[in-house]
Write a protein that binds this ligand. Structure first.
Ligand code: HEC
Length: 143
């Protein structure tokens, strides 16, 4: 084998090992587990959310159906919040069907949305288009 080939093979082997080690640390390290357990009540809310197909029209973190708005931060939105959420549930507004949730079930859904809300922001930034065409991005978790 030529000397150059040996050096090349050596470098490749080193890179592959570093990559392997890097992946091992990332996927097995403590930091890879972002666990935010939902409370019992929120889990009940999650079940109702799933059984009633809220995801077919709504999104959490941008994922879901697009007939209704994203609900990730509807709980902490200063113009919305718990009573606002409840008001939608049994009303039947526009294309949102009229549900018949009991008070306890409404509370459970609100708690589910509250705990989802506490897990982060979506979208994570406010973007403003300036007159010169550049975009100002302000990340919400850096405030
Ligand atoms: C068939 C589609 C559909 C389904 C299913 C549906 N929604 Fe909606 N929802 C909508 C639409 C459309 C709106 C917007 C209505 C409006 O702005 O007047 C909405 C609005 C809302 C709002 C107010 C959001 C905001 O930011 O103003 C909440 C809260 C909500 N829905 C919760 C739910 C929950 C919880 C479920 C499941 C139990 C659900 N929705 C199921 C279509 C749906």
């Amino acid at each position: 084998m030529q000397k150059r080939t040996k050096i090349y093979m050596g470098c490749m082997l080193a890179l592959v090992s570093v990559f392997g080690l890097y992946n091992f640390t990332i996927y097995t390290g403590e930091d890879s587990r972002y666990e935010t357990p939902l409370s019992e009540k929120a889990l009940h809310g999650q079940t109702l959310w799933q059984q009633n197909n809220c995801f077919s029209c709504h999104q959490l973190y941008g994922l879901g159906g697009y007939l209704g708005p994203d609900l990730t931060n509807v709980f902490s939105d200063e113009n919305k919040g718990p009573d606002y959420i409840k008001a939608f549930l049994n009303s039947g507004i526009k294309t949102m069907p009229k549900f018949h949730f009991s008070e306890a079930e409404q509370e459970a859904i609100v708690t589910f949305l509250k705990e989802v809300d506490a897990s982060g922001y979506y979208p994570n930034y406010n973007a403003t288009i300036k007159p010169d065409g550049w975009v100002d991005i302000e990340y919400k978790n850096e405030k």
